[in-house]
Structures are given as C-alpha cells and as structure tokens.
Design a protein around this ligand. Structure first.
Ligand SMILES: [Zn+2]
Length: 229
C-alpha cells in the first residue's frame, strides 16, 4: 500500500513535475509510488529500450518504493472506460491517500487525457457492486503537479520547499538523456538550466532556494499553521 501515488502520462513527467516532492515525502517516511500510463515512445532520440533504462536509472535516484507502467497507448492516450477500469484497479490495489495528477491545462493531448482519466478512475475506485478487483477505495485528495507544454503563468495552491532535494531531482531528470539532453541546444540556458530557473522562481515565491508548485481544485484544509513558511 502507498501513501501517495504519482500518476504520469509518460516516464519523465513525474520527475519533472514533482521529483522534489517525491524525495521530500519519502524522507518524511511516506511510501510513494509512480505509475506511468504509457511508454512515452516513440520520440526523436528515444526507443523503448533506451526509455526503459532511463526510467530505471531515475527510479533508483528517486528511491521509489513502487513504480509500474499501465501500458496505455502513447500519443493517443484517451479517457476510455477500459483505461478507467485499469487505473481504478491499481488505485484499489495500492490504496493511496493522495493521487498526484498533471495540471489540467496543457497543450499535450496525452496530458489532458491523463488528468481526466485520473479524476474518473479515482471516482470509480470507491464503487461497490462492480467487476473491479479489490475493495472500494477513495483517495482523499488529488493534487496537480506542473509538467505543462504551455508557457502558462500558474497560480499554485501551495509551493513546496524542495531546496534539499533539487540536486537529486536534477540528476533524476538528467537520466532521461534521450529526452532532455540529446538534440537539445547546448548553449545556456539549456533545458536543464530553464528547469533550475523555474525551481528557483518558485523557491523565491516562498523565500527558499528551490520550490515546486502544486494546484488544487478544492481548498486545502489545514489542521495547524505550525509548519507554514
Ligand atoms: Zn509527458
């Protein structure tokens, strides 16, 4: 059983969107897993074999308790009833309190489909009198991370301090050499430089070196204000 299940359209989206949070939550004793919905291939410089090796290397850096791939079709990911049932089955098996999903505004159709699919599968997870395996389970919260293919100015519900984890997050992202290094401009600012600048911007917004933004559709309830920055 997991405390937090990060669901990603493609291998690398979890690292980009919430790699720092994954590292922080695990350091705080939470069991975190990642479910990639598709292989992410084909891409210009990748292959199934290369992407699998890159994912394994990043998974090791993140120290994940659990990672799996749902095997849905890349580039043509759709919110179908069959895909919803497959994802709901994983949610009922892993019983996470939180689901992490891509932010709902995106140019990439796979990302938009993933968000719809996750929200619907969360609902199906709690159904009784169904063919779904396992016992009903309703994840308490869906938290949306940013791996957006649009230059949107996000209005996050909260920003998490990932300062102690930025370097490991960067190394995990760099494992995806075929996606973020090969074929990309080498003159600064590189793609990785831009990611660092974004993490620094979110860090600046809360007065720390590096941060990650998270969005919510529902208000965030606080039992205490003790740990607020
Ligand atoms: Zn993606």
């Amino acid at each position: 059983m997991l405390d937090i299940l990060v669901i990603a359209p493609h291998p690398d989206d979890a690292e980009l969107g919430c790699g720092g949070a994954i590292l922080r939550w695990q350091a705080e004793g939470k069991r975190v897993g990642v479910l990639d919905l598709t292989s992410g291939e084909p891409t210009p410089f990748g292959s199934l074999e290369i992407r699998a090796k890159e994912t394994a290397a990043a998974t090791e850096i993140l120290g994940l308790a659990w990672r799996d791939n749902l095997g849905l079709p890349n580039r043509s990911l759709e919110h179908t009833l069959d895909a919803r049932a497959k994802l709901a089955a994983v949610i009922r098996e892993q019983r996470p309190r939180w689901l992490l999903a891509p932010y709902w505004v995106d140019a990439h159709p796979d990302h938009v489909a993933a968000t719809e699919l996750i929200e619907a599968a969360r609902f199906w997870g709690k159904l009784t009198k169904t063919d779904l395996p396992g016992e009903p389970w309703h994840a308490e919260r869906v938290v949306y991370y940013s791996c957006v293919h649009l230059k949107v100015l996000l209005q996050p519900a909260f920003v998490l301090d990932i300062s102690p984890y930025w370097e490991a997050k960067r190394r995990a992202i760099e494992c995806y050499h075929s996606q973020f290094i090969e074929g990309r401009p080498t003159e600064p600012p590189t793609f990785i430089d831009r990611l660092r600048d974004q993490a620094a911007y979110w860090g600046w917004s809360i007065g720390v070196p590096y941060g990650e933004p998270f969005m919510l559709r529902e208000p965030l309830g606080l039992a205490s204000t003790r740990d607020l920055l």
